[in-house]
Design a protein around this ligand. Structure first.
Ligand code: ADP
Ligand code: MG
Ligand code: ZN
Length: 522
């Protein structure tokens, strides 16, 4: 199979996502008063409505509708005032009514959008980005200094109810294959579920991943769900097709169902792009089908051929009256909108002079963004603290959080963080030593100054002491100095290494660099 980079030279990938999110912060289910509780004893939170007993009448959960309107406002959607619930017919033991209650052609939230800031590795998959200059536009993207912004349309966010959970026993890994029994837990039946559908505006697996991550940050900020891909409260279906570069027609898509991690979303789509290209280039055709991404074999396999909309027999639910949202209701929800990650990033740039890159990455975790603000308050918002503080939070703290570590707020306090940043901002320790001190604070629960003293860490910024070292390094390597002056500029790294070594890692690298450049005649 070709690599994705090779494929994307000839083909354009077209990707659209369907994202499901359980509204886990609510007290009760979508159409009944049963309690929502993850991990409770099976079938303890049920009633005639969510068991689908004949004659039981559903009543919509107003708080759930508030949540979805909040989500719509946060992603630039129009709020549709007049909507209905529909019945989507299907027969499976996880839905004892034999239909799922969902929304029809008009959902509560329609026609939204999100802008994705793509940079670094995330921007590399985009085809021919080098042909654009900062500020240039091409279809839905705008080139930036370090990547591009992709404008992605949101078709709709609609409300539906989750099905019961099937538990397959006796087979491998809880799958139905080889199982001897299948059990049904109706606790999950009727859980309020939002589904967001994007326009087919995404062009790379990295964009799909960035979209999901941004959506998750927003929904976490709204506090409407715990958005846990591991526990299944957030999951995505990835739709993807290929078309020849230059063609405007959509190709036939396949759909990857129930993806439960950001990595699987990226890798599954990347695999599917390469697989489709191989089929098409050999003269084959792509069937519209649902496929399953298996991260262990790194392949997708067919689950089922797509059912058509007719099979569902959608029609308005006669048990639920058309739903009218008043302006007052929408305004009340709007008033509850918190500061969103993009707005927070703008404020950090304006108030603390952070770069756009730092601000964007700082707001990725609500915890680090809040901690940043607490530290800036502790340090009386000193401007020179912002940059080193942001660096530590983005590079060291966020990496730990991403790796699943949780940080003890009693150990890593703003007071300690500010002390460390002060040492960095005044060049008392090097940035490398700063990292070591941070790790030691977390491990030993001591103040940064104590750790620096104990380990004899100090950055030497006394120019005359450093100059002596530089002179000595240059004097003992005359051949390398000659080679450098003959054009081998890469040797600067060698000289730096020798100086750092001679100072036992305590020399200020910035000053070493300046001294070396001067003495080498640059
Ligand atoms: P379906 O009826 O198969 O569910 P939808 O029209 O509801 O298809 O679209 C589902 C998702 O697939 C949306 O995110 C949409 O943007 C995306 N999509 C639709 N057509 C294509 C296509 N040809 N290639 C890639 N994605 C597509
Ligand atoms: Mg669909
Ligand atoms: Zn119930």
């Amino acid at each position: 199979m070709k690599t994705m980079e090779e494929v994307l030279r000839d083909w354009e990938a077209v990707i659209g996502l369907e994202v499901h999110c359980e509204l886990t912060k609510l007290e009760t289910k979508m159409f009944c008063g049963c309690k929502l509780e993850f991990g409770a004893e099976p079938n303890t939170h049920t009633c005639p409505v969510c068991l689908g007993l004949p004659g039981a009448l559903p009543v919509p959960n107003k708080a759930a509708i508030e949540n979805i309107v909040l989500a719509g406002l946060a992603t630039n959607c129009d709020i549709e005032k007049h909507t209905m619930f529909y019945r989507k017919g299907y027969m499976y033991p996880d839905m004892s009514k034999n239909f799922q209650t969902t929304q029809g052609p008009k959902a509560f939230c329609m026609r939204g959008w999100l802008d994705l800031d793509m940079d670094g590795r995330g921007a590399e998959e985009r085809y021919n980005l080098a042909a654009l200059k900062p500020g240039d536009r091409d279809e839905n993207i705008t080139r930036t200094e370090d990547g591009y912004i992709a404008h992605v349309g949101i078709t709709r966010i609609h409300m539906e109810e989750d099905a019961a959970k099937l538990v397959h026993v006796g087979g491998a890994e809880g799958r139905i294959e080889g199982a001897t029994e299948s059990l049904v837990d109706y606790n999950r039946a009727g859980t309020p579920l939002m589904e967001l559908v994007t326009e087919p505006d995404l062009r790379t697996p990295e964009e799909a991943r960035a979209f999901m991550q941004k959506l998750r940050q927003i929904w976490l900020a709204l506090d409407i769900s715990d958005c846990s891909m591991e526990e299944g409260s957030l999951r995505a279906d990835g739709n993807v097709s290929l078309r020849r570069r230059g063609s405007k027609e959509l190709g036939t898509k396949t759909e990857l169902k129930n993806i439960n991690s950001f990595k699987s979303l990226h890798d599954g789509l990347a695999y599917e792009i390469c697989r489709q290209a191989e089929v098409l280039e050999e003269g084959g055709i792509i069937y519209q089908e649902t496929r399953h991404w298996d991260p262990s074999t790194k392949r997708t396999v067919v689950m089922r051929v797509k059912e058509t909309a007719d099979d569902y027999r959608m029609f308005p639910d006669p048990d639920l009256a058309p739903y009218d949202l008043t302006d007052e209701f929408i305004d009340n929800v709007r008033a509850k909108l918190p500061e969103l990650p993009d707005q927070k990033a703008k404020r950090f740039i304006a108030d603390f002079g952070l770069s756009a890159y730092d601000a964007r990455h700082l707001v990725e975790h609500r915890a680090t963004a809040n901690f940043f603000e607490a530290c800036m308050q502790e340090g009386a918002a000193k401007a020179e603290f912002a940059k080193p503080l942001a660096n530590l939070l983005i590079n060291d703290i966020a990496a730990r959080l991403n790796a699943g570590e949780s940080l003890d707020a009693d150990v890593l306090t703003p007071v300690r963080m500010v002390q460390l940043v002060d040492m960095l901002a005044t060049d008392a320790v090097s940035s490398k030593q700063g990292k070591e001190i941070l790790a030691a604070v977390l491990e030993e629960d001591k103040d940064p100054s104590v750790i620096a003293d104990e380990r004899g860490m100090k950055q030497v910024s006394d120019t005359s002491a450093l100059e002596a070292i530089v002179d000595q390094v240059l004097a003992s390597n005359p051949d390398k100095v000659a080679a450098y002056q003959g054009g081998k500029k890469g040797l600067l790294g060698f000289f730096m290494g020798q100086c750092m070594k001679a100072s036992r890692g305590q020399g200020n690298p910035k000053l070493f660099n300046q001294l070396l450049m001067r003495k080498l005649g640059e």
